[in-house]
Ligand binder design. Structure first.
Ligand SMILES: [Zn+2]
Length: 113
């Protein structure tokens, strides 16, 4: 399951931050999932709870937000919001869009103790 390995990488990041910033417990993790990343929020939440069991983030709340994806229009050179991979440019109608963000999962915020 794709979401499980994402949760493993979240845990790795949490451990690294904990070592750098000297915290021992994570209470809340806010992540942003790009709409083009094919991540199921429900599956991610489930995987999160399972993965964090027995770690510094056991019982932490996972907050998921889904910002719009962005693409560069090769026709009019504007950065435009897109909701799916094969959208057309809202500015000029071109199909020559190069997706620049929206495929990634980012940790936006941590609440730690
Ligand atoms: Zn355009």
């Amino acid at each position: 399951m794709h979401e499980m390995s994402l949760c493993e990488s979240i845990l790795d990041i949490l451990k690294e931050r904990a070592a750098e910033d000297n915290f021992t417990r994570v209470r809340r993790v806010a992540v942003a999932i790009g709409p083009l990343s094919c991540v199921e929020p429900e599956a991610l939440k489930f995987g999160f709870d399972v993965t964090m069991k027995g770690t510094l983030a056991e019982g932490a709340v996972l907050e998921i937000s889904r910002p719009p994806a962005e693409a560069l229009c090769l026709a009019c050179s504007k950065i435009v919001p897109v909701s799916q991979r094969f959208d057309t440019c809202p500015e000029c109608g071109s199909e020559a869009l190069q997706v620049t963000s929206g495929e990634e999962l980012k940790i936006r915020e941590l609440e730690v103790v």
